[in-house]
Design a protein around this ligand. Structure first.
Ligand SMILES: NC(=O)c1ccc[n+]([C@@H]2O[C@H](COP(=O)([O-])OP(=O)(O)OC[C@H]3O[C@@H](n4cnc5c(N)ncnc54)[C@H](OP(=O)(O)O)[C@@H]3O)[C@@H](O)[C@H]2O)c1
Length: 350
């Protein structure tokens, strides 16, 4: 454990918080030393405060760890946040103001002008906004966010397509897993034999977040990408893994083979730096005619790769495909861990 960076987890008892605890066990650079949650959990041993629902046991070192309240005063300088969005906004600001580096999953600060909405493969330079954030807000700490769990599956393939061919217009229809609603989430009675064609706030996120991520940092602000996105979001009876059907209009008119190559060959800074959570390939392209499927493909690249399949021409736009990504790994805790790894290498955690 010598020389690892001590980190805290805010919202450690929730679905995303548990994923941080699971994924950070044995991380080569980070070690969880503090767990924090609401007053309902503070003061209890972690094993009693959380309804653990991961496929591996609670790490021995954390079972008896006493949960702390979510207030500055933690010893760790770096905190991962899986806080409920009803409280994340204010709590994360309190931490950043007090000098902590907050690596967040919550929606509250994603669209703030001076907060990086980071996907390390796509917009690592947006981390330079930390300087602006500190200057404007007078903070010694900082907040860095990762995208919504359905945004990440869309923006990973859009990024290489935009670079190579220019993305003009997108229509996306999602089939989103139950775990995206936290635990206990929807009742089984509501979900069996059913699809719920509404996820509050989700379509707006899917239509705006990719435009910030694909945007260009110009001085101290981001010029949003000009593409237009129309989103339909649905909750389906799948445990983990968001599936999205995507049609894209491009500026250039590449062949399907050129599109497939642009997706499959896409690698970036995290792969060059060999960051521990960086998948060898951010996008895996399958030619199997009935894949990707959540049950079989969500763990690709340890849950950090998006799987693209059913790539074909679109009679209305130019191309269409299906993409699958793991919503609580690449869409939540794993994304924040990759963000923190890039920040460590750049010196943003100091
Ligand atoms: N689930 C996903 O796939 C996913 C993906 C991307 C982003 N997110 C975002 O990540 C965040 C967490 O989602 P989740 O699914 O993990 O939710 P969750 O299971 O409901 O967990 C929420 C966490 O927030 C804590 N909390 C609630 N009220 C609090 C308060 N007043 N003060 C301090 N802590 C409080 C809870 O602690 P107690 O147990 O003590 O109540 C719990 O640890 C949300 O903002 C969500 O939008 C989720």
């Amino acid at each position: 454990m010598a020389n690892k960076i001590p980190v805290g987890v805010l919202g450690a008892t929730g679905a995303v918080g548990q994923k941080f605890v699971k994924l950070l066990e044995n991380h080569p650079w980070f070690e969880i030393t503090e767990l924090a949650a609401s007053d309902r959990s503070a003061g209890k041993p972690y094993k009693d405060a959380t309804a653990w629902r991961q496929s591996t046991p609670i790490p021995d070192a954390l079972k008896e760890h006493v949960v702390k309240p979510c207030a500055p005063g933690l010893d760790s300088h770096v905190v991962f946040s899986g806080l409920d969005s009803s409280v994340a906004g204010e709590v994360e600001e309190n931490f950043a103001r007090a000098g902590y580096i907050v690596v967040s999953n919550s929606k509250n600060h994603r669209m703030d002008e001076d907060v990086p909405l980071l996907v390390p493969e796509i917009n690592p330079d947006h981390l330079d906004l930390i300087k602006t954030q500190r200057a404007r807000r007078g903070w010694s700490g900082a907040i860095v966010t990762d995208p919504n769990c359905s945004t990440i599956g869309l923006v990973l393939p859009l990024a290489p397509l935009d670079r190579a061919f220019g993305v003009k217009r997108v229509i996306v229809t999602t089939m989103q897993a139950l775990s995206g609603a936290g635990y206990p989430g929807h009742s089984a009675v509501d979900m069996i034999d059913n699809i719920i064609p509404f996820i509050g706030g989700e379509e707006d996120k899917l239509e705006t977040e990719p435009r910030k991520i694909l945007g260009r940092l110009e001085g101290d602000q981001i010029r949003f990408a000009e593409c237009q996105i129309s989103a339909h979001t649905n909750r389906v009876f799948v445990e983990d893994g968001h599936t999205e059907c995507v049609s894209v209009e491009l500026d250039k008119k590449p062949s399907l083979a050129e599109v497939a190559r642009a997706l499959a060959d896409f690698t970036s800074l995290p792969q060059e730096l060999k960051l521990p959570f960086a998948p060898a390939r951010p996008i895996l392209v399958t030619t199997d005619r009935d894949r990707p499927q959540p049950r079989f493909d969500r763990d690709a690249g340890n849950g950090m790769s998006a799987v693209v399949g059913r790539l074909r021409e679109c009679p209305v736009f130019d191309i269409r495909f299906v993409v699958l990504s793991h919503n609580t790994v690449r869409g939540a805790a794993g994304a924040a861990i990759l963000n923190a790894e890039l920040m460590k290498v750049r010196g943003d955690l100091d």
